[in-house]
Design a protein around this ligand. Structure first.
Ligand code: AMP
Ligand code: MG
Length: 509
């Protein structure tokens, strides 16, 4: 349903009494008290619904109209909460830029409850920016409008691109200012996740030597996310192997769309394999494996091309936590964990080269096609070509919609790119597919739209400075179908002009 129609519906129902009934089943809140702290989300003074994700609401079995009612908006901005909600802030630790911090936890978020989605899976509903918790330290527990809009756009774009991610159910302006470098409008984002358990959650218990806590946490994770490993001979080793596998696929998926997470601290890595914690994240425009955009990543630790190594490093930290569960004998446990982690590189490479091969229209990015995949990446880097468009326009090249020169125009230096076209054509021909079919397949795998940084910045500026949310809705609407090329969204497919380039992204928390 369109935002406008939703608003109209709500207006006509204004004088009806709306009671928001949600069937919560709060499995995390049933864990022992040391896993979390009770949270008391702040009630927003003047909440205004900015955007509701009606499709996601439907997936969760929630009524979009009820969510857009005054009771719904109250819930989505901090409260009052409907019956059955049990707001908690989760305890976790984490390595931040390589340094261990034993006490992090949800400092500006409250898990208000879990719902069962249409597939019968638990999904967390979490308010981000709803005020202080016991984990807030010196922070205010709030979120500014800009980061909320950024997370809405990027997380939903990620989902539409087909990658595992936390989702955004709603963004609500609170009517309250939050103090950053300057006063900014405040907002609350409702995040939906299969689970908010992070690598850092395991570290929290491991650091305290709380093996019972670790076991309860691991069992909870198996129950929620990996039921298939429950009956394995060594369920904790099997859990670890499954987490490694999902993470390898996730990071390969990120690289395939040019995504840079920006803050891959262990507290920002979900064991569900969902992308989580959209801070100073960004999609790359021109291809450069060393690209860093996060303003807080001074050493380039979380550069685009470093993400696989960092994921592996984070998974090694997870292994350390799981050792006492994997085997009572330390040496045996270490051997098992090391062996399991070694599968990361294999899984990642298979997913990465497989994915890039498909982006070229080839079946076998891991086999005989691999040198060509590597050559394409080199040509993209040498030619500073736009990552998204260079792949997308291969569809047009394959079915004859454009000629070589049009494709090569995407490259500042064309020699390397021109040189690989004959071999690419040969390999495409060897697939035996008709050009039209190849074009179609390539358009279904190479998006025309990604959430480009300069557009996100423009959307945020219009909202924050002019209270104009039309650019935000337009961008969010367009990114819901990132593989569809339409004249109406042609401008959104364009890379930044030199003066529009964003060279640093900020968390803005
Ligand atoms: P992040 O880098 O966004 O993953 O956050 C790291 C830690 O800082 C987490 O424990 C957050 O809960 C906490 N944090 C971030 N921003 C705030 C804030 N405005 N108020 C309180 N805690 C915060
Ligand atoms: Mg975080």
């Amino acid at each position: 349903m369109s935002q406008k129609r939703l608003a109209a519906e709500v207006a006509t129902r204004k004088d009806q009494v709306m009671t928001l009934a949600i069937a919560f089943d709060n499995s995390y809140a049933r864990l022992p008290a040391r896993f979390f702290a009770t949270a008391r989300p702040d009630v927003a003074p003047a909440p205004r619904l900015l955007r509701l994700n009606a499709a996601l609401a439907g997936e969760l079995g929630l009524d979009p109209q009820a969510l857009a009612s005054p009771d719904g908006i109250a819930m989505l901005s901090g409260g009052p909460l409907p019956s059955g909600a049990r707001p908690i802030a989760l305890a976790y630790a984490g390595h931040q830029f390589g340094h261990f911090v034993p006490d992090l936890g949800d400092g500006r978020a409250a898990l208000i409850g879990e719902v069962l989605d249409r597939q019968g899976r638990h999904r967390d509903l979490q308010l981000k920016g709803s005020g202080r918790t016991v984990f807030s330290r010196r922070g205010d527990g709030k979120a500014a409008l800009g980061p909320v809009l950024r997370e809405y756009i990027v997380s939903e774009a990620m989902a539409a691109l087909g990658l595992p991610t936390t989702r955004t159910l709603a963004a609500v302006a609170t009517g309250e200012a939050v103090q950053r470098d300057q006063p900014l409008p405040g907002a609350v984002l409702t995040r939906v996740a299969l689970s908010h358990v992070r690598v850092g959650t395991f570290q929290y218990f491991a650091h305290r030597g709380d093996v019972d806590g670790l076991r309860l946490l691991a069992d909870h994770v198996i129950d929620r996310l990996y039921p298939e490993v429950a009956s394995a001979p060594n369920r904790y080793a099997a859990l670890y192997a499954a987490v490694v596998e999902r993470q390898a696929h996730l990071v390969a998926g990120w690289l395939g769309v040019g995504f840079i997470h920006g803050v891959m601290n262990t507290d920002n890595m979900a064991v569900s394999g969902e992308t989580i914690d959209y801070g100073p994240c960004a999609f790359m425009d021109d291809y450069d494996p060393a690209r860093v955009l996060s303003s807080i990543d001074h050493q380039g630790r979380y550069a685009y091309g470093n993400q696989p190594q960092i994921a592996q490093w984070n998974l090694a930290r997870l292994a350390e936590c799981l050792l006492p569960l994997i085997d009572a004998d330390h040496d045996t446990a270490v051997r098992t964990a090391v062996e399991t982690l070694s599968a990361f590189a294999t899984s990642f490479e298979a997913a990465y080269f497989g994915g890039l091969g498909r982006k070229l229209g080839l079946a076998d990015g891991n086999g005989a096609d691999r040198p060509l995949v590597v050559a394409v990446l080199k040509a993209l880097a040498a030619g500073k070509a736009d990552f998204t468009l260079a792949f997308r326009r291969l569809a047009d090249l394959a079915d004859g919609t454009i000629d070589d020169d049009r494709w090569l125009a995407l490259f500042a230096r064309q020699d390397e790119a021109r040189a690989l076209l004959p071999e690419w054509r040969q390999r495409l021909a060897a697939t035996g597919q008709a050009p039209a079919a190849i074009g179609r397949a390539l358009r279904a795998i190479n998006p025309i739209l990604i959430p480009r940084n300069h557009q996100i910045e423009a959307v945020i500026a219009a909202a924050v400075e002019w209270d104009d949310f039309r650019p935000f809705h337009r961008l969010a609407d367009a990114l819901a179908t990132p593989f569809d090329e339409t004249p109406a969204t042609a401008d959104l497919a364009l890379p930044p002009r030199p003066e529009e380039r964003v060279t640093a992204t900020f968390c803005g928390t």
